[in-house]
Design a protein around this ligand. Structure first.
Ligand code: XLS
Ligand code: NI
Ligand code: NI
Length: 437
């Protein structure tokens, strides 16, 4: 049985190809800067969007045509859907996937039945992983969809909601371990607030930290050695999410002694919602040693919410790849397409077009980034900009041999600052563009 009879394996045909079901730039075995493209990207498909995205929005019901879906959302249907997902990943040459517990299996009458449902579906995941060689990049738990989490999960005002979330993450960790998952992600969901009048912020943030410590303790207990990730998002669904951006998350991790266990999973559209760019968020996390994984997507410049579109902007992918190359790339992480097809793109084939576009945009970005790095032009210009730190007073400040008194004496003798040069921003922009067109 095949869910996508019209698609064979999507393969690399080269930049001249006009075949909409072929890669023009993504060539998994092509080596760039000493690694194959497959190793650089570690592409992953998101089960929640690719298999569960219905196309519903606040104004209208689902639109997606998914012929493999049965009339009821039961375990049997869920198992069938898993097989379709693996057919899709295999045809796309996507080596990893990510999922939430509730994406893959329906909730039962109570927690025990829900856990049993999950176990049934996980068996199929295991079979399909073995059949295809596709791996789990990270697992996670949906701690935001059910009404029991209306006030948050770990940060809820209701202790039972916290306890239920703990039970859910316990199970999600077990399942992630069972599937050989390489990571586990915390995304805040509703861990934030909308009205400070009714909110005890300190208590909530303390609870979030306690919750993460419990997860880490339990992971140790069961022998889960995957990497934990924290995924920043400034707002949506709540007005103020506690995991606002890289800087806020890293501060939280350090304040609560979690910094040795958790790295960042950075999402493009979340960065822009925070008023940053993805490259800012990546650079900040990486320079602090917290670069973990990426949720690749893009927002719409004219819309103020998480539109989760597939990335197609080569300028943007070039910037992401420049940062990844600079910091040595992924170890446990990967490039997970946390992206969905538009509501109007309802046919199954659109899932292929969407992922092909994203993978090609990143492959082209990687090639451009590698060219920029090879010439060394930009690095040279930046080095010149900071030249005053290489010798003289600059080098001494960096060595730590100066203080306010000695610097004051230095400046009193010198009289004023010398050697300020232009920032040449426009020149930098032109240099980058030279590699793009
Ligand atoms: C939502 C988040 C979510 C996480 C996983 O905006 O991006 O999909 O990646 O819980
Ligand atoms: Ni995400
Ligand atoms: Ni998102």
């Amino acid at each position: 049985m095949t869910a996508f009879p019209e698609v064979n394996q999507v393969v690399f045909e080269g930049p001249q190809s006009k075949n909409p079901l072929a890669f023009r730039h993504y060539n998994p075995t092509e080596v760039v800067e000493g690694k194959t493209m497959a190793e650089h990207f570690r592409f992953s498909a998101a089960f929640w969007h690719t298999m569960r995205g219905s196309g519903a929005d606040p104004f209208g019901m689902g639109t997606m045509c998914r012929p493999w879906e049965g009339p009821v959302d039961d375990v049997e249907n869920a198992c069938k859907r898993v097989r379709v997902f693996f057919e899709f990943c295999q045809k796309m040459q996507i080596p990893f996937y990510c999922f939430h517990d509730r994406d893959v299996a329906p909730e039962g009458k109570n927690l025990a039945e829900t856990n049993r449902n999950l176990d049934e579906v996980v068996k199929i995941f295991k079979e399909e992983q073995e059949r295809t060689g596709i791996h789990l990049l990270w697992g996670t738990a949906n701690l935001f969809g059910n009404p029991r989490y209306m006030h948050g999960a770990a940060t809820s005002c209701n202790a039972d909601s916290f306890a239920y979330a703990a039970a859910q993450v316990k199970k999600a960790l077990e399942v992630t371990l069972e599937l050989g998952g390489q990571g586990y992600t915390f995304w805040g969901g509703r861990e934030g607030y909308t009205c400070l009048w009714n909110t005890d912020m300190k208590r909530e943030v303390d609870h979030l930290a306690a919750f993460m410590h419990m997860a880490i303790d339990y992971a140790k207990e069961i022998g889960f050695q995957g990497q934990f990730y924290f995924e920043p998002k400034p707002k949506e669904p709540t007005k103020h999410q506690y995991d606002f951006d890289s800087a806020a998350c890293i501060n939280f991790l350090r304040a609560y002694g979690l910094q040795d266990y958790v790295k960042m999973n950075i999402e493009t559209n979340h960065a822009t919602l925070a008023g940053h760019s993805i490259e800012h968020e990546l650079e900040y996390a990486a320079m602090q040693g917290f670069l973990g994984s990426i949720d690749a997507n893009t927002g719409d410049m004219l819309l103020g919410w998480d539109t989760d579109q597939f990335p197609t902007d080569i300028y943007e992918t070039t910037k992401i790849m420049l940062c990844l190359l600079k910091y040595g790339g992924f170890t446990t992480g990967g490039l997970n397409f946390d992206a969905k097809v538009r509501r109007e793109s309802f046919s199954p084939i659109d899932l292929f077009y969407a992922h092909i576009g994203g993978m090609d945009a990143f492959a082209k970005g990687l090639k451009v980034a590698a060219e920029i790095r090879k010439s060394g032009e930009l690095q040279q210009m930046v080095a010149e900009r900071y030249a005053s730190w290489e010798t003289g007073i600059g080098a001494e400040i960096e060595k730590g041999t100066q203080n306010f008194k000695t610097l004051s004496e230095y400046m009193l003798a010198k009289g004023d600052v010398e050697g300020i040069v232009s920032g040449h921003q426009e020149l930098y922009e032109n240099v980058v563009n030279r590699y793009l067109f």
